[in-house]
Design a binder for this molecule. Structure first.
Ligand code: NAD
Length: 198
């Protein structure tokens, strides 16, 4: 046990998530320091917010004037079940998707007098390359078969125990884009096998 020589002190370790930095974090913490770790993961937070929240905002801002001109438009944001529910260790994704929900509702209110609707679609895990990669990562991390990763990690919250197929999400988007949804706005359309029902 190391002496508490750094009790009451604060330490900032840049690159502290791995290797020498991580060892330094452990050594400083053992000595009683309050350690703050700066690594590229805080960068990931910013990147995810930019990609998943700022990009939709910029796109919507660019298209709205043209929709207003035609007095018709459909904004359909691909949110997620994580726009409505949190999961641990997904802070950036959950924050971005919750932000998209707010963005979509604000656009719904602003677009209403101009014939423009704005809605979110909220799928649980969809069988896409993104999820395929995540499954493979989890197989490598936990050393368990793919079916088990899907069942035990991705489908725990879902009442219907299967992934969403991309075509199912596509059809929902097609419906929302169509002519019979003029009164559907500011809504979140779940396709989550009952995840948010509980
Ligand atoms: N797959 C799921 O389980 C799931 C569940 C809920 C919500 N979503 C959401 O659905 C959306 C699409 O996910 P996916 O699973 O189809 O992912 P995906 O990785 O299969 O496809 C994403 C596509 O977006 C493109 N792309 C990435 N950054 C871009 C950018 N800045 N500008 C333009 N194109 C860009 C990629 O090249 C790729 O073709 C994401 O917003 C994701 O959060 C996915």
């Amino acid at each position: 046990m190391s002496e508490s020589t750094l009790t009451g002190k604060k330490a900032l370790v840049a690159g502290g998530a791995s290797g020498i930095g991580a060892a330094a974090v452990r050594a400083l913490a053992q000595r009683g320091a309050h350690v703050i770790v700066a690594d590229i993961d805080p960068a990931d937070f910013h990147r995810i917010l930019t990609l998943m929240l700022e990009s939709p905002f910029l796109l919507i801002r660019a298209v709205l004037p043209h929709m207003y001109e035609r007095e018709w438009g459909r904004i359909i944001n691909v949110s997620s079940v994580h726009g409505l529910r949190a999961s641990a260790f997904k802070s950036a994704y959950v924050a971005a998707k919750h932000g998209v929900e707010g963005l979509s509702k604000a656009v719904a209110l602003e677009g209403a007098p101009h014939g423009v609707t704005s809605n979110c679609v909220n799928p649980s895990y969809v069988r896409t390359p993104l999820v395929d990669k995540r499954i493979k990562d989890q197989v490598a991390t936990h050393g368990i078969p793919e079916e088990e990763v899907v069942k035990k990690i991705m489908l725990t919250e879902s009442a219907i125990k299967r992934l969403v197929e991309p075509e199912e999400a596509g059809e929902l988007i097609g419906f929302l884009a169509g002519p019979f949804t003029g009164m559907v706005t500011g809504a979140a359309y779940t396709m989550d096998g009952g995840w948010t029902a509980s």
